[in-house]
Every structure is written in C-alpha cells, then in structure tokens.
Design a protein around this ligand. Structure first.
Ligand SMILES: C[S@@+](CC[C@H](N)C(=O)[O-])C[C@H]1O[C@@H](n2cnc3c(N)ncnc32)[C@H](O)[C@@H]1O
Length: 209
C-alpha cells in the first residue's frame, strides 16, 4: 500500500511523536502509522475537499480512527498536542508558507519537498530548526530527500545546507551530473556563473570520497 518514500518517512517517526500528516492525500501514511502503532497519535489533513472524502473512506475501510481536517496548512488545526508535522509531496514555496504559519508546539518536521532543497534547508535553519537526519530515497528514477528538522540550534556546515546530510554517494553523484549538464548549457563568456557551478561540482566530488 505504501510507496518507498512513505515507508521511509514512517521509519523516521518516534513512539513519543504526536503527528499530523499535512497534505495526506489518500491518508495511507496516517493509516499505516496508526495500524502499526508507530506514534502516540496521528492526525491527517489536506486542502482538498475531494481528497479528504477519499481519505475518510480509506480510513473507514481499514477500520481505524483517525481525525481528518480540511485545512490549508495549519489553518484549521486547533490541536495543541501535535508536536510533529509531516509535509511531503509539495514544493518548497508551499511548504515554507505552511511552516511560516505553524503553531509553536511543532518542534519536529519531516519534510520531503519536490524541489529547491537548498532553499528549504537554509530557510528552516533561519527558523532555528536544525537538520537532525536526512535520507534519500530513489523511486522510479527520481530522488527524494527526506529531511528531519528538529527545533534547536545547531550550526550547520555550508555543505550540509547545500547538499544535505544524507551521505548518499549515489545522490551526490546524481547532483554532480545535474551540475555538469547545467554547466554545459552556460555560455563560455558567463565566467562567474560557470565558476559557481564548477565549485559545486568540486564540492560534490569531495562528498563522494
Ligand atoms: C502530491 S500529494 C502528496 C501526498 C503524500 N503526502 C505524498 O508525499 O505522497 C500533495 C497533497 O498536498 C495537498 N496540499 C497542497 N497544498 C496544501 C496545503 N497548503 N495544505 C494542505 N494540503 C495541501 C494536495 O491536495 C495533495 O493531496
């Protein structure tokens, strides 16, 4: 029922967590967390009425009790017990808009953004969330970084902010190839931009050692 990415997200949940899956879609992840008793409590939410309808049907089919909210981000979620938010399958801009309006009790995020991972890491650090853990999952030839941000201050290295903390050689190799193909398309006269990408290639090579 769960894809590789959602299984990986579930593996990052701890028994002490009271979780909300924001943008739950089918609610498979919330159902899995509930059935496997992987956390204290789990809630699910989505911005789409149709999605919520399907999520509720799936929850009913599995005969479990999960409270589901129709909500844009945290807007309609008035539950002070929730301390962990999963936000997966959206772009960084949407994710940061959601995080910007989060209640204070959220001290851990498990985020899998579709894009702009460097921006996401840098913006989360500005909000005093450090990178507790990062893993990368590959599914159907696509790489999905999954980042656990925890509330606390910890200085992150520039390389961690740029490329994450997954230590996945395969993922760094993929990022290096991406940089190389970008470099190929930059005209020779754009020296500064070319140097920027050359530097990234060098850094990514270093991370693979
Ligand atoms: C691609 S699905 C991802 C489903 C699942 N979380 C995953 O990672 O596989 C994105 C879901 O996020 C929901 N969504 C988008 N913007 C949202 C927002 N601002 N607040 C809550 N849900 C949102 C969409 O309706 C959709 O169901």
């Amino acid at each position: 029922m769960l894809n590789k990415k959602l299984i990986a997200i579930a593996s990052l949940i701890e028994p002490k967590d009271t979780v909300i899956d924001i943008g739950c879609d089918h609610a498979y992840l919330a159902i899995y967390l509930k059935i496997e008793k992987l956390c204290k409590e789990v809630y699910a939410s989505d911005i789409s009425e149709n999605v919520i309808k399907t999520a509720k049907e799936n929850i009913k089919k599995k005969n479990v009790k999960i409270e589901v909210y129709l909500s844009d981000g945290f807007q309609n979620i008035k539950n002070n017990n929730i301390n962990t938010a999963i936000i997966s399958g959206m772009g960084t801009t949407t994710i940061l808009n959601i995080v910007n309006k989060a209640p204070k009790n959220i001290n851990k995020y498990i985020i899998s953004s579709n894009n702009e991972h460097e921006v996401l890491r840098k913006e989360m650090i500005k909000k005093d969330f450090y990178i507790q853990k990062e893993i990368v999952v590959k599914e159907r030839d696509k790489y999905y970084p999954i980042i656990v941000f925890a509330k606390d201050f910890q200085k992150e290295s520039n390389l961690s902010l740029k490329y994450g903390k997954s230590n996945s050689r395969e993922y760094y190799e993929y990022l290096e190839e991406k940089e190389k193909s970008i470099l190929k398309r930059i005209p020779k006269k754009h020296i500064i931009t070319r140097l920027k990408h050359l530097k990234r290639i060098k850094e990514l090579k270093k991370l693979q050692k």
